[in-house]
Write a protein that binds this ligand. Structure first.
Ligand code: MG
Length: 255
């Protein structure tokens, strides 16, 4: 069941989005050679709690951390660890949710650690742009498939593969609500988008094949071929004036 939000609820979601996206920006600023993913996780937890919010992911289905930090060929759901040290040239995907006043804000970004090679840089650029292509189509009366198709077409036109096993989702009082928002699909298919829907669009784009596997820890998702993967996500609201990014204080914030 898709839960439509009132304008007042969307304002509340903007508050959660502000906290989760500010946390994401801070996390990105902490990405440096020699820093452990656990250090970044602790920093994010501290910031979110300082705002009177709580980290959405901590304890979610038993997830042990406040953030997911996924390096290079790890796609999503990497568990922060003191022994996982970021190196020069890595690409570091950080996914953060914050729960505040009854609502979640969910967002992700892949950060370069210092200088990355052009192969990695192109993947980051394509994945970020595929997210914005998806957001552009998130308009009243379009369908979820229009978003899915926009993401897929953009990523594939640049020579990349979309991950099919994990998808975007509705977001609101629950971290994951209906509908699913896949990064692949057909225009004109799927649930119709209407005013007040709030969804998280999150392309996970692989340099090689779209196949992924889950490691023995039950969480960490990696590319099957060991090639790079990137992940960008925004929570958005569908309004009569077009899509509104709720997580708009992050690395791409317009000052
Ligand atoms: Mg999400």
């Amino acid at each position: 069941m898709i839960i439509v939000k009132t304008p007042r609820e969307i304002l509340a979601m903007q508050e959660a989005g502000k906290i989760s996206s500010t946390a994401l920006k801070l996390a990105g600023e902490a990405v440096e050679p020699g820093v452990s993913t656990l250090e970044i996780d602790m920093l994010v937890k501290k910031y979110i709690e300082s705002q009177g919010a709580s980290p959405s992911f901590l304890g979610y289905n038993g997830f042990p951390s406040s953030t997911c930090i996924s390096i290079n060929s790890t796609v999503i759901h990497g568990i922060p660890d003191k022994n996982c040290i970021i190196k020069q040239g890595d690409i570091v995907s950080i996914d953060i949710g914050a729960y505040f006043n009854g609502f979640h804000g969910d967002n992700a970004w892949t950060f370069p650690c210092a200088d990355i090679n052009s192969e990695a840089e192109n993947l980051l650029d394509a994945t970020k742009e595929s997210l914005y292509e998806g957001i552009k189509t998130a308009k009243v009366c379009n369908r979820v498939g229009d978003i899915s198709s926009a993401v897929q077409r953009y990523a594939e036109a640049r020579g990349y593969s979309v991950v099919r096993q994990f998808v975007g989702h509705g977001v609101g009082a629950s971290l994951h609500e209906d509908p699913n928002v896949p990064n692949f699909g057909s225009r004109g298919k799927g649930p119709r988008l209407c005013e007040g829907m709030t969804i998280a669009i999150e392309p996970m784009i692989n340099a090689g094949s779209g196949e992924v596997k889950v490691l023995d820890d039950g969480w960490t998702v990696v590319t099957a071929d060991g090639k790079l993967s990137a992940h960008f996500e925004h929570s958005i609201a569908i309004t009569k004036d077009g899509p509104v990014i709720l997580t708009n204080c992050g690395p791409d914030a317009k000052n």
